[in-house]
Design a protein around this ligand. Structure first.
Ligand SMILES: *Cc1c(COP(=O)(O)O)cnc(C)c1O
Ligand SMILES: [Zn+2]
Length: 424
């Protein structure tokens, strides 16, 4: 197996570091990023080589920072890219696609980043996988650690959705609920990382590798569009890492010759109003991201002090993208709209993306002549409580088991569009 990684590089001062479990530059404290030899990748990689690979993120292994023959793999990635004509018509858009990452092994896009992080962590000799999580990362780390035969230690805020807690504990790792926000949990994990250097904290000391997993969203979108780039993508923002790496992924496809030239993809960001430090800075036209105390049903995005917020702002501005924040009521409405029009049940983060898509379409920031891809990053079963009390969460009627009761209930429901013609 060939490895095209040349090392790590500081995103600020460009100093080079070896490809080890390092995440900050010890000269300027800038974050580190994986550096590749793109010329060598370009002479090896091809569409045919990728298309002959597994139906997972590992078909893009030439562009990932690991040279392990047998990655820690539950089958993350190669999720459906679904043409969404009915939703597009509702929103006044033209060619719209949904990247359906609800289909991942633990139901969110986090399986992409964790599969990469734990493959690298195992290679570096770590026996324990750890993380601070807003929920989905916890699910994925616990599951992939079980798959790899590693121990896991997962720290979460104490007030997560029930499904996300169960989906973490079931895999048998250590799960610690912390009385505080995600930002409190994350700070504790930063302290633990120096205290316990033999643990791989996927979003701290191996974050550099973890982050690369998100590039596979861009790779898949381009391949599934027949090796073409979209004009515009809409990405939810928690830490801002995913958005930044989706942009990097499209740029890399140009660099290694898998797309004709560096594609011009506008990247727009989506946040919930109750936790919108990046959207606020974008709309105010400033670089200064003011940390907030999150209060929103979109818990997977509830990061008040986003580590990659500044880089996300830079990507959105440089690519001509936009950014907006939406209310919790709009999130619930958007979850229903996506489900009714396209048959995809998203968690609250997906509701944030679709509500933001609607808002940017209405304002003209996303245009009907663009080919648009919206990233639906997590499954609705993880956040059912967000819908409790809403119209989508109750049966049309509850009846006695008789034909008469059925007919009465069905006729009373003016909403249906069925015909009484028998099917031949
Ligand atoms: C973590 C998460 C995000 C945000 O990703 P970042 O890289 O932190 O910006 C989006 N959607 C879902 C479902 C998530 O779990
Ligand atoms: Zn530096």
């Amino acid at each position: 197996m060939v490895d095209f990684v040349t090392g790590l590089r500081c995103r600020e001062c460009q100093r080079a570091f070896p490809a080890e479990a390092l995440h900050v530059c010890d000269y300027c404290f800038g974050p580190l990023e994986v550096a590749y030899d793109y010329e060598r990748i370009a002479s090896t990689v091809s569409r045919e080589r990728i298309e002959a690979g597994p139906r997972s993120i590992w078909r893009y292994r030439d562009l990932l920072p690991v040279d392990d023959e047998t990655p820690v793999d539950l089958g993350a990635g190669f999720t459906p890219l679904v043409r969404a004509d009915r939703l597009a018509a509702e929103l006044g858009l033209g060619e719209l696609w949904i990247k359906d990452d609800t289909a991942n092994p633990t139901g969110s896009f986090k399986d992409r980043v964790v599969s990469v992080a734990l493959t690298k962590a195992r290679q570096l000799g770590f026996k324990v996988a750890a993380c601070a999580s807003t929920g989905n990362l916890a699910n994925s780390v616990a599951a992939h650690a079980a798959r790899a035969g590693m121990d896991s230690v997962v720290l979460i805020p104490h007030d997560l959705e029930a499904a996300k807690v169960t989906m973490t504990t079931v895999y048998g790792g250590t799960v610690i609920a912390v009385e505080g926000t995600y930002d409190d949990v994350n700070r504790l994990c930063a302290e633990l990382t120096s205290e316990r250097p033999s643990w791989a904290f996927v979003n701290v000391n191996v974050r550099t590798y973890y982050a690369e997993g998100s590039k596979t969203l861009a790779f898949e979108i381009a391949e599934q569009l027949g090796w073409q780039a979209p004009d515009h993508v809409v990405v939810p923002i928690g830490s801002g890492s995913q958005l930044t790496k989706v942009a990097k992924g499209f740029a890399e496809l140009g660099k290694v010759g898998l797309l004709p030239e560096e594609p011009a993809v506008r990247v727009s960001g989506a946040q919930a109003e109750g936790c919108s430090p990046v959207a606020t800075a974008f709309l105010e036209g400033t670089d200064a991201i003011r940390p907030v105390k999150p209060k929103t049903i979109a818990k997977s995005l509830a990061i008040g002090n986003p580590a990659d917020g500044w880089y996300a702002l830079e990507v959105m501005r440089r690519t001509g993208g936009s950014c907006a924040a939406v209310t919790d009521a709009e999130v619930v409405e958007a979850i229903g709209l996506l489900a009714r029009t396209e048959g995809i049940f998203a968690e609250t983060a997906g509701g944030v993306t679709i509500a933001t898509l609607a808002k940017l379409a209405a304002s003209g920031a996303i245009r009907p002549d663009e080919r648009v891809v919206a990233l639906v990053t997590g499954h609705g079963l993880k956040t059912v409580e967000a819908l409790s009390g809403s119209a989508g969460a109750v049966p049309t009627a509850t009846i006695a088991p008789t034909l008469a009761a059925f007919d009465a209930a069905f006729d009373a429901d003016g909403d249906h569009h069925h015909t009484e013609e028998p099917v031949r």
